[in-house]
Design a protein around this ligand. Structure first.
Ligand code: ATP
Ligand code: MG
Length: 334
């Protein structure tokens, strides 16, 4: 069985565990006997498991590694978690993937150590034939409430907008506010659940805010990356660096995060919330995806008032509807 074929079977199962033999037969133009033989081989090799029988059989990717440990936060160091728990499970992966995991796991464990106040920090790693998933959980104050309190935000949902901007830290003497920004962007999937909120950086690169029914204590971070990912840490850092420089100088802000359920972006106060801390960047790309229209006062505050006060920051709007673009042009004419 070639690597490509093996991969295509595993992908099919990851997508949907039902009716796999028939789907593969149709996809590859071979008989069901052949695809059943492929599945039997992968099962025998331990990469997949099945449940049910006959036409009702369902396949799953087997868990190839699953380690979990609960640490006392006091005295814990993030390097120890990497060395003892995660590193050994990932030793055979390509260096670019190992480097990404080393970065993201140590950043998220460091966050739990330095910011959560929790007694325990729980780290879990799960690996299957395609992906590795890591959870870092604590039972501390909760990330969104902590940011809300420190920045005097009206609503914890605004904490998610601040995280998406980057350079957000509640402890500037010891931190720079890069860990979550870059970790979320190097992963295929990155989720933070805390309280009733769920921040998700999805596989298409968008930052999304979801509300959850359960109000869970503490902070849970979930990260997932393909074991054969071609991404490198450096290429992600470069995306947010100024040309010829190596510092974090550029950000992309999903404007939709400033727009709460059922609201329209019309007021100067919404604009001030959006532009808060923009002056820390040389370039802010304003991604208007999902924003149908904006009001005149909002546009004036962002594109004229903020811009005049902070001429060193370049604002560059993208994904504008024609309504948004018209308003942008109108205030730029002044
Ligand atoms: N587990 C957590 N519990 C509570 N608050 C958290 C947790 N993780 C992060 N935070 C909050 O989120 C902020 C942003 O985290 P992030 O990792 O992006 O930056 P930082 O840790 O402040 O700086 P850096 O990662 O560059 O050292 C933190 O300053 C802290 O207020
Ligand atoms: Mg951090």
């Amino acid at each position: 069985m070639t690597t490509d074929l093996r991969r295509s079977i595993l992908d099919a199962i990851a997508h949907d565990g039902g009716n796999v033999a028939a789907r593969l037969a149709a996809q590859h133009g071979v008989s069901r006997q052949s695809t059943s033989a492929w599945l039997a081989k992968l099962k025998q090799e331990g990469f997949i498991t099945s449940s049910g029988v006959g036409r009702g059989v369902r396949y799953q990717l087997a868990v190839l590694a699953n380690v979990q440990h609960s640490y006392e936060r006091a005295g814990l160091s993030e390097d120890r978690v990497w060395r003892e728990l995660a590193g050994p499970q990932l030793a055979d992966l390509q260096p670019n993937v190992r480097d990404i995991w080393h970065y993201a796991i140590t950043e998220m464990v460091n966050n739990a150590i330095d910011h959560s106040g929790s007694v325990q920090v729980v780290v879990e790693l799960l690996r299957d034939a395609l992906n590795t998933t890591v959870y870092v959980a604590d039972e501390g104050e909760g990330i969104f409430l902590k940011i809300q309190r420190a920045l005097h935000l009206y609503d914890p949902r605004e904490a998610i907008l601040e995280l998406a901007k980057g350079k957000l830290t509640t402890d500037p003497a010891h931190h720079t506010g890069e860990g979550i920004f870059f970790s979320s962007k190097v992963m295929d999937a990155f989720d933070i659940r805390s309280g009733t909120l769920h921040f998700m950086h999805d596989e298409w690169g968008a930052d999304v805010l979801l509300e959850r029914p359960a109000n869970a204590p503490g902070t849970l971070v979930l990260m997932r990356l393909a074991n054969n990912s071609a991404r490198t840490l450096q290429e992600v850092f470069n995306l947010f660096a100024a040309p010829e420089e190596y510092t974090f100088a550029r950000t992309i802000v999903p404007v939709k995060l400033a727009q709460h359920e059922g609201e329209k972006l019309v007021s100067r106060s919404q604009a001030k919330r959006l532009t808060m801390r923009f002056e820390r960047f040389q370039t802010v790309v304003l991604d208007f995806a999902g924003v149908e229209e904006i009001g005149q006062a909002f546009a004036d505050e962002v594109f004229r008032v903020f811009q005049q006060a902070h001429p060193a920051t370049t604002l560059s709007p993208i994904n504008m509807t024609s309504a948004v673009e018209n308003m942008f042009k109108r205030v730029m004419k002044r």
